[in-house]
Design a protein around this ligand. Structure first.
Ligand code: NAD
Ligand code: UGA
Length: 433
C-alpha cells in the first residue's frame, strides 16, 4: 500500500515508521520545516525508545521518506492518515480541531484518485463526518472515503504498543474503505491482533471512553491510597489484591502524584464537555478531573510537610519531571504544578531528569538543572521523586542520604520501600503506605 501520514509527532511518526516496517510505502508530511529537516537527516526530533533505529532501517530500505509537500505525499496514495494535534481549546475545555480541519482541507485540495482519509488523531464524535463534509465541499469531484482509526499507543512504549496492540479500531462507512484498512493492517491481523470494525461514531467514542476509563482507574487507586495512609493499609498490596481479580486487572493501579501527559488530561476534559453538550453529563469523568487536579496540589503539600511547611531558602532536589519515564514529553506533567509551587514557596529547586531538560527548561523557570542525582541532592534539605525513571530506582540510598543536609524523601512513585529508606537514614513519605 502507498500511505501518507500527516503530522510527525509522537503518533504520526511512530505510526508512519511502523507502517513502513510492515512493508508499506510511507511518506510522512509535516508543516514544521525543522522537524522534516531533522528527519531527512536521520534524526528523530522526539525521545521514543527504538524509534530512530527503526526509522533509519526503513528509510534505508526505501519505504519511508519525509516531506513538507503534501501534494507529493498524496500522489497515488491509497490512504492518508491525519495524525495532527488536538490540544485543549483555550477557554472551554473542548478539543481544538482546527489542525484536523485544516489538514482535511489541504488533503481535499491535493487528492489524487480514490483515497481513504483516516483520522488517527483523538477526535470527538462527529469529527470524521465533518472531515467528510469539508472534503466534499472543497473538492466536489473527489473520490474518497473517511475512516476513524484512533491510536492507543503509550509514549515510551510506542513501538511495542503499535506492533502488538490489544486491538485495532477502525470506523468505516463503506466496504471499499474497510478493504483498504484491512490491507493496511494485514500484517497485524496475521499476528492475530483483533481488528474491530465499527461505525465512525463508535470508533471515535471508543477512544475517549478508553482514555477516560484508564484515567478513572488511576484516580480511583489514588483516592484509595489517601485512605490507606489514614488507616494504616498499604496501597500496593491493596492494588495487588484487587488486580488479581481478572475482572479488575492489575494494570494502571499504581498510585502516584496524579496522571499527566498529552492525552488523559485533555481527553477527559473533552469528554466531559461533549457529555455536557449532549445533556448526558459524564459525572464520573468530571469528578476524576477535579480529583486529579487536587491531587497534584496535595502532593506539593506532602513534600512541603517534610520541611514543616517552611521551604523558604531550603534546597529541594527533584528527581524526574516528565509525566512518565522514557519520554521527553512534559505536557501536563504533575511536575508543572508541583515544581513551581515549591519555587513559589521559596525553595531552591535542583532538578534531574534523563530527558526532561529540553522541554522543561522553558516550562520550569527558576530551577537549577543537574545531570547527576547525587549532585542534585548535595546539601539538600529534601528530595522528591516525581517520575519513576529506571535511573532513580537503584540509587545508593546511604550515599544519597550522606550528601544531603538533612535526609528527607518524598517518594511519590513508591519506588523504594519505607524500610530501606529508613534504614539509610531518611525521613520518608510515599503514597498510600
Ligand atoms: P504532536 O503535537 O506531537 O504532533 C503533531 C504534529 O502535527 C506536529 O509535528 C505538527 O507540526 C504537525 N501538524 C499540525 N498540522 C499539520 C498540517 N496541517 N500538516 C502537516 N503537519 C501538521 O501530537 P501527538 O502527541 O502525536 O498527538 C497527535 C494526536 O494523536 C492527538 O490527537 C493525540 O490526542 C493523539 N494521540 C496521541 C498519543 C500520544 O501518546 N502522544 C497517543 C494516542 C493518540
Ligand atoms: C495514554 C494511554 O495509556 C494510551 O493508551 C493512549 O493511546 C494515550 O494516552 C493517548 O491517547 O495519547 P500515555 O499518556 O503515553 O498513554 O501514558 P500512560 O502510560 O497512560 O500514563 C499516563 C499518566 O498516568 C502518566 O502521568 C502516568 O504516570 C500515570 N499513571 C499511569 C499512573 O499514575 N498510574 C498508573 O498505574 C498508570
Amino acid at each position: 500500500m502507498k500511505l501518507a501520514m500527516i503530522g510527525t509527532g509522537y503518533v504520526g511518526l511512530v505510526s508512519g515508521v511502523c507502517f513502513s516496517d510492515f512493508g508499506h510505502d510511507v511518506v510522512c508530511v509535516d508543516k514544521n520545516a525543522d522537524k522534516i529537516a531533522a528527519l531527512k537527516d536521520g534524526q528523530v526530533p522526539i525521545y521514543e525508545p527504538g524509534l530512530e533505529d527503526l526509522m533509519q532501517r526503513n528509510v534505508a530500505a526505501g519505504r519511508l521518506s519525509f516531506t513538507l509537500d503534501l501534494a507529493e505525499a498524496l500522489k497515488g496514495a491509497d490512504a492518508v492518515f491525519i495524525g495532527v494535534g488536538t490540544p485543549t481549546r483555550r477557554g472551554d475545555g473542548h478539543a481544538d480541531l482546527s489542525y484536523v480541519y485544516a489538514a482535511a482541507k489541504e488533503i481535499a485540495e491535493n487528492l489524487d484518485g480514490y483515497t481513504v482519509i483516516v483520522t488517527k488523531s483523538t477526535v470527538p464524535v462527529g469529527t470524521n463526518s465533518e472531515v467528510a463534509r469539508i472534503v466534499a465541499e472543497t473538492a466536489p469531484m473527489a473520490e474518497f472515503d473517511v475512516a476513524s482509526n484512533p491510536e492507543f499507543l503509550r509514549e515510551g512504549a510506542a513501538i511495542e504498543d503499535f506492533m502488538r496492540p490489544d486491538r485495532v479500531v477502525v470506523g468505516v462507512q463503506t466496504d471499499r474503505a474497510r478493504e483498504v484498512m484491512a490491507q493496511i493492517y494485514r500484517p497485524l491481523s496475521l499476528r492475530n491482533a483483533p481488528v474491530l470494525y465499527t461505525g465512525l461514531e463508535t470508533a471515535e467514542m471508543i477512544k475517549y471512553a478508553a482514555n477516560a476509563f484508564l484515567a478513572t482507574k488511576i484516580t480511583f487507586i489514588n483516592e484509595i491510597a489517601t485512605l490507606c495512609e489514614k488507616v494504616g493499609a498499604d496501597v500496593q498490596a491493596v492494588a495487588d489484591g484487587m488486580g488479581r481479580d481478572g475482572r479488575i486487572g492489575a494494570k494502571f493501579l499504581n498510585a502516584g502524584p496524579g496522571y499527566g501527559g498529552s492525552c488523559f488530561p485533555k481527553d477527559t476534559n473533552a469528554l466531559a464537555r461533549i457529555g455536557q453538550e449532549h445533556a448526558a453529563p459524564q459525572r464520573i469523568v468530571e469528578a476524576v478531573i477535579d480529583i486529579n487536579e487536587a491531587r497534584k496540589r496535595a502532593m506539593t503539600q506532602k513534600i512541603l510537610g517534610l520541611l514543616e511547611y517552611d521551604a523558604n531558602g531550603k534546597k529541594i532536589a527533584v528527581f524526574g519531571v516528565t509525566f512518565k519515564p522514557n519520554t521527553d514529553d512534559m505536557r501536563d506533567s504533575p511536575a508543572l504544578t508541583i515544581v513551581p509551587a515549591l519555587v513559589g514557596a521559596g525553595a531552591r529547586v535542583h532538578v534531574v531528569d534523563p530527558q526532561g531538560h529540553k522541554e522543561g527548561a522553558a516550562l520550569l523557570p527558576g530551577v537549577v538543572w543537574e545531570t547527576d542525582p547525587y549532585a542534585a541532592a548535595d546539601g539538600a534539605d529534601a528530595l522528591a521523586i516525581l517520575t519513576e525513571w529506571n535511573e532513580f530506582r537503584a540509587l545508593d540510598l546511604p550515599r544519597l542520604a550522606g550528601t544531603m543536609a538533612a535526609p528527607r524523601m518524598a517518594d511519590l512513585r513508591n519506588i523504594y520501600t519505607p524500610e530501606e529508606a529508613e534504614a539509610a537514614g531518611f525521613a520518608y513519605v510515599s503514597v498510600g503506605r
